[in-house]
Ligand binder design. Structure first.
Ligand SMILES: O=C([O-])C(=O)C[C@H](O)[C@@H](O)C(=O)[O-]
Ligand SMILES: [Mg+2]
Length: 415
């Protein structure tokens, strides 16, 4: 049961030109796949963001956990933290925590494979058979523009740049996946246009809970205005403005709950938000909260302070989707439908098809041992080659946008 090796494989996969408050998604997402090899040959899988600095941290962490029991996740957490310099070192706590987060998922997958139990059982047991996700809509261009002498690259989703385009996108995504709630990524167009898009969604989908997330693109005043306009329409408003003080000022007048994945991002950021009643829903994300068990601990904190719980995502593949599904299934008070970018990236999944599927917008909890998913090594090799060929080091939505619109100014708040 001792850890023999941690194989860290950065990958790159295709992404459509999805717009957000800081620019536009580049043609390739960088991500990282972990294979934690345990003595005897069991391999635990993990997945996390693939910035080069993060990949290097994972490689360093992997060196120091060799020989440890794969069940000793408390000791592994400490060892990873020390390997990355600990509290007195050069790295931010959130970066050290993120490295452990990915390794913890791989440990739990290996533990499940060794014991024959699904990861949800290792987290206390599933309280729901399937985890509901929301349709995660984005304003988007029809194609990645032609740059550097290359051709433009389109996709099957087409453009969504106005209310009608957003409704079409929602319809297509709901037809394909059956989602029963909808989130629109905002912060792209002036608030009036995004309000109109939400109203159009409400008309087209009268029974779907709706959310809007402009990633802090608005001032307090604008946020209050949008909250007033969308009173009775939104299930929650996510990160309309920056910081605990700003969110508290908006929450004081908003009719709907405010949600966040930006001002509550770690255990030490919970208290100030609770003291100011700045947020009512916390979006968990095991990739930076410290893994799946820490997400369960966050759930207890949310329950203690009467906060609702939802889940954040970034562009990801099936190993992350499986981990998100196991932890959400085992978290009774995670009652909001979770975010997922999966529909945008599913075509390049590294997971062998079959274990993950959407039924009426929910992913049935895989019932095989561990995460219940299997790595497709041929796809992994192909995506790793794409990573190497890309020469990229990190996500840069603003830099990419500036190549297309040189005058683009990402300063927030914009409205
Ligand atoms: O809820 C959120 O803030 C996100 O999903 C963050 C992501 O980075 C999103 O803005 C995106 O993919 O552009
Ligand atoms: Mg958000």
């Amino acid at each position: 049961m001792r850890i023999h090796d941690l194989i860290v494989t950065p990958v790159a996969f295709r992404d459509p030109p999805l717009l957000n408050a800081s620019g536009v998604h580049e043609p390739l997402v960088l991500r990282c796949v972990l294979q934690l090899v345990v003595e005897g040959g069991v391999v635990g899988l993990g997945e996390c963001p693939g910035e080069r600095a993060h990949v290097e941290r994972l490689v360093a962490a992997g060196e120091c956990i060799r020989g440890m029991s794969v069940f000793a996740t408390g000791a592994i957490e400490r060892a990873v933290d020390e390997a990355l310099g600990g509290p007195g070192g050069p790295l931010r706590r959130i970066d050290r925590t993120a490295a452990f987060s990915a390794i913890e998922v791989a440990c739990l997958d290996a533990q499940g494979k060794l014991t024959g139990l699904p990861v949800s059982d290792l987290l206390g047991g599933a309280v729901r058979d399937a985890v509901p996700y929301s349709a995660y809509l984005f304003y988007k261009w029809a194609e990645h523009p032609a740059l550097d002498g290359g051709a433009a690259v389109g996709d099957e989703w087409g453009a969504a740049l106005d209310p009608a385009g957003v409704v079409d996108q929602a319809r297509r995504m709901i037809d394909l996946y059956g989602f029963r709630s909808i989130k629109l990524k905002g912060g792209v167009f002036p608030p009036e246009q995004e309000i109109a898009a939400i109203r159009a969604l409400r008309e087209a989908f009268p029974d779907h809970p709706l959310r809007l997330d402009p990633n802090c693109a608005w001032t307090v005043e604008t946020s209050r205005y949008v909250a007033d306009e969308l009173k009775g329409v939104l299930e929650y408003l996510e990160d309309p403005t920056a910081g605990v003080d700003g969110m508290a000022a908006v929450a004081a007048t908003a009719a709907m709950p405010l949600a966040t994945n930006m001002c509550v991002v770690s255990f030490d950021t919970v208290r100030p938000a609770v003291e100011r009643d700045a947020v009512q829903v916390v979006l968990s994300d095991h990739h930076y909260w410290g893994g799946l068990r820490r997400t369960r601990e966050l759930a207890a904190v949310c329950e203690t302070f009467g906060l609702g719980m939802s889940m954040h995502s970034n562009s990801h593949l099936g190993i992350s989707l499986a981990a998100m599904t196991h932890v959400a299934a085992a978290t009774p008070n995670l009652t909001y439908a979770c975010d997922t970018h999966y529909p945008w990236n599913a075509a390049d999944d590294v997971v062998v098809p079959g274990a993950l599927r959407f039924v009426d917008g929910a992913v049935p909890v895989p019932d095989g041992p561990g995460l219940g998913v299997e790595l497709d090594h041929a796809v992994l090799d192909r995506l790793h080659e794409a990573y190497v060929a890309s020469g990229r080091e990190r996500r840069d939505d603003t830099g990419y946008m500036r190549r297309i619109e040189p005058g683009y100014d990402p300063t927030l708040p914009r409205w």
